[in-house]
Design a protein around this ligand. Structure first.
Ligand code: NAP
Length: 539
């Protein structure tokens, strides 16, 4: 693999060696395209390389959160748990790299700094921070939707003498917090898993909560061998059934097709309880209107709040743990005893709405005028999601237009895949696509195959550049927001809206509804790439 300006350019430069980058490389090679993956980290795996915090595990069942493009892979690979933990997911990514002999196409420890469209050569000129550079006809940004950690600018944080850890940049060596007084800031999916796992290990755990989360039980455990055999006997059809669901998973527990308002209160309670006992995201499929009807949604929210009140013994703590926003509006957490953790004598909750963080000190932090003495702080404060990583690149399109200017008012894109003014560039799992609401591996398989089909097709027709039109882009962003407006997703401050990052444009970034998205992408291809300019144009 050439690692200097290549003549001719390589077909594809892929940024990121997570699941998206690995599958893009494999698919490109299968289609006879030359491709190189450049990855900033020291290993493959993306999300599962970096997020090594205590208790990190996937919240979609392992049998679903896995690739289906190769039947031999899905038959050979054996998951050990219903919800795989981070080390097993990282092993799976490494297995893919080895199984498909991808490693000679991946440069690790190499951070891309600049990518500029070269109008004369009709290719991307891409340079790494270390000065190496490449020319590529196409650029695939497989940088992931959740890859730039959000580290809030807390006053005095640098004065804190203890250890500061971020869940999304957890050290590779073991971190021993046993016997320490630990504070966790943040109670999203990462915080919920960290808090539950750390509580029994540490001397004292103080949870700093700004917004309470809804969490449903995972009921994790060893993978049911009978279920595994049943799924493996029917894996292609199982995958197909999942692809037809709104989120690319959950076909084992399909959503019901009637309203929460169409049954009696007793029946509703019984049905919520049934799904609570099964565990996982299926609670939101108890009725068909929980995501679109605020009245129905409130009934589901109250069901979980009643669970919190019944689990958490101290009424004041229980009240502070009860969310008031619509359930599902922020990503639902899937937990293993999260609320019960607050019954432990060594765990206490600080409600930042009543007592905001004022500053950090050498020995802890002050919130609401009270100093909390801590030996270590875990920031579970999430990500500058969907756009954060790309906006930190020096990425320039036609005429030197900077991505920072193009996205000043929010991430303009078409199909969640392409940008006007940035020819031959593709984002995987980016804004405007369904990845945030979808089993991300299913989303990756679809987008990679769409990109590969497009490149193969356009190469056969002699097309050199593909570029979204500004009109198609504007219409697409309006469509994404119109779909969200028909749901409860605009009803809270989520990372979907960019609301977790001060100053970020407030625009709904992910698209809800995987099957309609797949259909739209297929239609665009069948209509000769409607919404794109092709050059030279196809006769
Ligand atoms: P997150 O959902 O954005 O949660 C971040 C938490 O930090 C929130 O509680 C947030 O409060 C709090 N926070 C942020 N800035 C703060 C500040 N300045 N002061 C106090 N609190 C602050 O991030 P995450 O938990 O890392 O999860 C992000 C996404 O990653 C998830 O939604 C999910 O899609 C994915 N994820 C998945 C898994 C899994 O598969 N099991 C695990 C982890 C993450 P506010 O809510 O008030 O902003």
């Amino acid at each position: 693999m050439q690692t200097t300006n290549s003549t001719p350019p390589i077909d594809l430069l892929i940024v990121g060696a997570g699941f998206g980058g690995l599958y893009m490389l494999h698919t490109a090679r299968q289609r006879g395209l030359t491709a190189l993956v450049v990855e900033a980290a020291g290993g493959v795996g993306g999300t599962w390389y970096h997020n090594r915090y205590p208790g990190a595990r996937v919240d979609i069942q392992s049998l679903e959160y896995s690739f289906g493009f190769d039947d031999a892979l899905q038959q050979d690979w054996c998951w050990t748990e219903r919800y795989a933990a981070q080390p097993e997911l990282l092993a799976y990514a490494n297995h893919m790299a080895d199984r498909y002999a991808l490693r000679d196409g991946i440069l690790l420890d190499t951070r891309i700094a600049t990518a500029h469209w070269d109008e004369a050569a009709l290719c991307w000129q891409v340079a790494a921070q270390d000065g190496r550079h490449w020319s590529a006809r196409h650029l695939v940004l497989a940088t992931g939707p959740l890859s730039t950690p959000n580290q809030p600018d807390f006053p005095g944080l640098q004065e804190f003498k203890g250890r500061v850890l971020h869940t999304a940049a957890w050290p590779h060596e073991p971190v021993d917090l046993a016997g320490l007084r630990v504070g966790v800031v943040g109670t999203g999916s990462s915080g919920v898993q960290t808090i539950t796992t750390l509580a029994p290990e540490v001397a004292q755990l103080t949870v700093f909560q700004r917004t309470p989360s809804y969490a449903v039980p995972a009921h994790n455990g060893p993978l049911d061998k009978a279920l595994e055999a049943q799924v493996k006997a029917d894996y292609p059809a199982f995958r197909e059934r999942n692809r037809r669901t709104m989120g690319g998973f959950g076909s084992m527990l399909p959503p019901n097709t009637f309203s929460a308002l169409s049954v009696s209160a007793d029946e509703r309670e019984r049905m919520f309880e049934e799904r609570w006992q099964i565990g996982g995201f299926g609670l939101l499929g108890t009725f068909n209107d929980l995501i679109v009807n605020p009245v129905a949604n409130e009934l589901a929210g109250e069901f979980v709040r009643n669970k919190i009140r019944s689990i958490v013994k101290d009424p004041a703590t229980a009240a502070a743990l009860c969310p008031t926003h619509p359930i599902g509006c922020k990503r639902l957490c899937v937990d293993t005893g999260y609320y019960a953790t607050f019954n432990r004598p060594n765990v206490r909750l600080v409600d930042l709405q009543a007592a905001p963080i004022e500053r950090f000190t050498a020995s802890g932090l002050v919130a609401g005028g009270v100093e909390h003495t801590l030996d270590a702080i875990v920031l579970a404060t999430g990500f500058d999601a969907m756009t954060g990583t790309l906006l930190r690149l020096d990425l320039r399109g036609r005429g030197g237009r900077r991505i920072q200017d193009h996205w000043q008012a929010g991430p303009l894109n078409y199909l969640g895949l392409c940008l006007s003014g940035f020819p031959n560039l593709f984002t995987l799992t980016g804004p405007g696509a369904t990845a945030a609401f979808t089993n991300v591996i299913v989303a990756i398989e679809h987008q990679v195959q769409w990109i590969a089909d497009t490149l193969t097709d356009l190469r056969a027709r002699g097309v050199r550049t593909l570029e979204a039109t500004p009109e198609a882009e504007a219409d697409w962003v309006a469509h994404v927001n119109a779909v969200a407006a028909r749901t409860i997703y605009l009803g809270c401050n989520s990372w979907y809206l960019g609301a977790n990052i001060p100053g970020k444009p407030r625009i709904f970034m992910p698209l809800f509804g995987f099957p309609a998205y797949v259909q739209k992408c297929a239609d665009v291809q069948q209509q000769g790439y409607a919404g794109f300019q092709l050059a030279p144009a196809v006769p």
